[in-house]
Write a protein of this length. Structure first.
Length: 92
């Protein structure tokens, strides 16, 4: 518990989109699409208890999402800083 809040799980290391794609190709998947996930709705820390606070939380999440998407595409889908990624793959 930090400052009365329970921090989300943060990982120091995670799989890069390139690594996930390579692992899936190695086990026979052909069509592989990787993208950043959407942020969850709501305020897990209840920081926006007022109407204005809720608007600020939504706006900050929007800005973070916009930044993470921009970085993802500018890096040619190599850098993902979203909370999680979504992977679609097909195996013949």
């Amino acid at each position: 518990k930090i400052f009365g809040l329970y921090p989300s799980v943060l990982h120091l290391y995670s799989f890069t989109p390139k690594t996930i794609k390579r692992l899936l190709k190695d086990i026979g998947f052909t069509y592989i699409e990787i993208s950043n996930s959407l942020f969850t709705k709501g305020d897990p820390y209840k920081t926006g208890s007022s109407y204005l606070g809720k608007i600020v939380v939504v706006f900050v999440k929007f800005l973070i999402r916009l930044f993470s998407q921009a970085l993802y595409f500018i890096s040619f889908k190599r850098i993902s800083i979203a909370p999680s990624i979504i992977v679609y793959a097909r195996k013949n």
